[in-house]
Design a protein around this ligand. Structure first.
Ligand SMILES: O=C[C@H](O)[C@H](O)[C@H](O)COP(=O)(O)O
Length: 221
């Protein structure tokens, strides 16, 4: 049983004809996008807004018509994955480096639906290191300032050089032993001048579609 596929495909139930849809990033929402491609080929009329270059490529391959952010003020729905979810529907995102575009697009969506397999569910956030997108300029300073907030930041690398986001920034993966006050923490992190955005999504998700190993689906809302 492929739980990511199950959760991803299940979420298309929230998509209706005529909608503008935020297309998330990652290996779970991949299945949503594949399914939407199938539905579009069968006549579903939607427009998508991708949250990353990878998702844009996939959506184009699938024949999903895209629309640019400058043409709209609001999206009907965004479907996206997450790295951790807690029972209060708070999330850690950004394992794939797409957190800034994901958060921006989610912030102008009427609904944010999250698709995960059950391994992502935790009682308290923080087991997964929190991705923080930062400017390359002054990254050492920003790293020290994040450390003061109680974490161990690690510069994300790819093939031994700093990983760059679609926006040309770096990611510091910040290990907190656990995150007890996500709202306070997100505000403190975003106050730092070198921080562009962090991967805590609080008060944003409306529904979390959780696929279990045994094939059952739970809906957290
Ligand atoms: O930057 C990436 C995103 O926040 C992803 O949605 C998140 O990392 C979950 O990805 P996956 O479904 O591959 O575990």
């Amino acid at each position: 049983m492929n739980s990511k596929k199950l959760a991803g495909e299940k979420a298309v139930q929230y998509v209706k004809d005529g909608m503008i849809i935020g297309l998330g990033t990652g290996s779970t929402v991949y299945w949503t996008i594949k399914k939407l491609g199938e539905l579009v080929r069968d006549g579903l009329d939607i427009r998508g807004i991708p949250t990353s270059k990878n998702t844009e490529e996939l959506a184009i391959e699938e024949g999903i018509p895209l629309i640019s952010l400058s043409e709209i003020g609001q999206l009907d729905i965004t479907i996206d994955g997450a790295d951790e979810v807690n029972p209060d529907l708070q999330l850690i995102k950004g394992g794939g480096g797409a957190l800034l575009r994901e958060k921006l697009i989610a912030s102008i969506s009427k609904r944010l639906v999250i698709v995960v397999d059950e391994s992502k569910c935790v009682s308290r956030l923080g087991r997964f290191p929190l991705p923080v997108e930062v400017t390359p300029f002054g990254v050492e300073i920003t790293s020290k300032q994040l450390q003061v907030l109680g974490c161990t930041p690690k510069l994300r690398t790819k093939k031994d050089i700093p990983y760059k986001t679609d926006n040309g920034n770096y990611i510091l993966d910040c290990s907190f032993s656990s995150i007890s006050e996500p709202i306070e923490l997100t505000n403190k992190i975003n106050m730092l001048p070198g921080v562009v955005e962090n991967g805590l999504f609080v008060n944003m998700a409306e529904i979390i579609v959780v696929a279990k190993k045994d094939g059952h689906i739970d809906y957290l809302q």
